[in-house]
Design a protein around this ligand. Sequence first.
Ligand code: ATP
Ligand code: MG
Length: 451
Amino acid sequence: MSDNKKPEKIVGIRGMNDILPADAPLWELFENTVQTVLKSYGFQQIRTPIVEPTPLFARGLGAVTDIVEKEMYSFVDSMNGDLLTLRPESTAGVVRAVLEHNLTYDGPKRLWYAGPMFRHERPQRGRYRQFHQVGAEAIGFTGPDVDAELILLCQRLWDDLGLSGIRLELNSIGDAEERNRHRADLVAYFEQNSALLDADAQRRLHSNPLRILDTKNPAMQELVNAAPKLIDYLGAESLAHFEGVQKILRHNNIPFTINPRLVRGMDYYNRTVFEWVTDQLGAQGTVCGGGRYDPLVEMFGGKPTPACGFAIGVERVLELMKAAGEVTAADQCDVYLVHQGEPAQMQSFVLAERLRDAGLDVVLHCASAGGSTSFKSQMKRADASGAAFAIIIGEDEVATDTATVKSLRASEGAGQQATVPFSGVADYLVDQIVGDHDHEHDHGAHVHYKP
Ligand code: ATP
Ligand code: MG
């Protein structure tokens, strides 16, 4: 710098969080569990881009939804003028990809995805501008069996994560014709009581009156409770479908409550809708929302294809996991390699690779800013790494073609030292570590969960 001014620090975007190494074990455990559970139900992963053409969401989600009205990160690609949007959810992108690649040509598909989503909301606990979802989409299934299966899958996930107190709310919002009849009566009812509507409800009265039922305004609860109920407008087919879902849930001992006011934000839902809710997270208590969206594929230009899915809010589930127990990372490595002098450093690189070939996790001491390369400070680093063993290679070791292996943990008799021929170090350590710990050469095993 020519002048002495320190450059200003650039900070991250509000509502978009860094996930720091301290939380990595928690994420890893969550992601591994999710993957295992989804696989156990025959779901296959699909990865779609984070950016999609804006019309995909405008058309797919419905123009009057919260997301499209005010939450989308949309922009013009300055390179070519394309209208793009950071995905606020993944169902639209998954359905686009399914159509584009004709994935259902040979039958229905069970798909899942995970990744960041973007919504321009007011950041608060449990509500971020970049957040993560894991979701499943069962495409080409008519239900109600697959609807129930998705719910069972969620229950298994909560169980495997050691989470309790997540309860299921269920509703059926029927089909378009049934909703239209209900909607007409609902609008008439709210119009008769228009003096009691708040500003939000006034705005939604003719655009999305169903969402008024979702209001959290205490002053409107009485009005909303007495409003015409969609469930009373369902025809025989919709009712049979809904009863079918409930029957499977009861048969599998999944408790649920029917919440006649439960609707979903997106326009494309029909029939089954559900939410998993907890009281442990304050105002943002919904950890998963899902339901059937039979009309969507056709809205995207495909042939009529029924479908059902859900999306889990990952950050909210992780908060529950944190509250339920302690997730600790295992140590950074099995071995920390200390060396002194250039020939020793060269030997160390060779040895470190051999140990990694043998399945061990190895940290090789490297030069660091302001760090001393003294033996003592390298050993301090070795202790701090949590490694079970330090390997020391100095001039003597190079001269005699050996390595010094020092045990660092009390349980291994800390301080015990052995001189091992260079070519035998890998075998020696594998013996020690496998013998003592039932050490698994699998990174999943490095995460421990103690409820
Ligand atoms: P809400 O009514 O709370 O705004 P939503 O209907 O917008 O929820 P969905 O689009 O159904 O939520 O998303 C599924 C799940 O994703 C939610 O239940 C929640 O757990 C999570 N989620 C949604 N928006 C956010 C956000 N901004 N930050 C963190 N998690 C979110
Ligand atoms: Mg929302």
